[in-house]
Design a protein around this ligand. Sequence first.
Ligand code: T3D
Length: 256
Amino acid sequence: MGFETIQFAVADGVATLTLNRPAVMNALNARMRAEITQALTTLPREVRAVVLTGSGRGFCSGQDLTDAGASVNLERTLRDEYEPMLAAITGCPVPVIAAVNGVAAGAGANLALAADVVIAAESASFIQAFTRIGLIPDAGGTWIIPRAVGMARAMGMMLFAEPVPARQAAEWGMIWQALPDADFAAGVAARAQTLAKGPTGAFLAIRQSLAASVGNDIQEQLELEARLQGQAGRSADFAEGVAAFLEKRPAVFCGR
Ligand code: T3D
């Protein structure tokens, strides 16, 4: 598939996926959902981290409200188009950073929050805009947000549909970091490089462990840790990490 609504570029082990409909604040239409899914499920082997960002002054304004087709049957659109896109993020074999360069509204906010690490420019904000148009939050928002910030803040965000500025989102624990706009690009690039040079297998196991912890009791989680740590302990990255420590040099992890 040639991409029309996103840009996709790979450099130094990092794939940058840029939502690219700036005239509508990168609103999601069917084509964009399909392209995001396609790009993330066919990553070149050399990719060890993904950065998801937006072009222009916004990150993503959520569902394209001019797309009459999607509005005919919202349930189908969510099942057939949003779910695969979100699964491509949460099931991505390498960590995904959402680099929120500007406003993230509706499903655009929840698209960002589905990533493993969310870094926002201080001028960005997150809006659960759904009730403004008579809808409920979707795209995973009702699952992710109360777990991140607690029920009171999740409820307020969803009922009032007010913008949550990036710094407040970071203070609440909804995102990893808010950076001054002038430092945003460099800060995202540095984090992406750290992930791209890190132990990719261990990163995947951490993401799987944290995802499973939500439904596990402590005993189940201890069992999962034992299994995944056993796997990590047999990896070339573990051997390299220990050797590098003993030889007092930086580790060179082997990728995927
Ligand atoms: O299948 C389904 O439908 C179910 C799925 C639903 C999931 C959802 O995401 S529902 C929520 C949809 N999103 C929204 O309700 C947000 C709508 N947008 C806004 O509230 C504001 O545009 C923003 C807060 C995002 C940004 O505000 P501002 O003042 O910085 O920019 P603006 O002037 O409002 O927008 C700039 C342009 O983008 C403007 O076009 P124009 O006038 O310059 O020609 C605006 O119409 C367009 N735009 C913004 N958001 C959308 C959009 N066009 C289509 N769809 C949008 N979501």
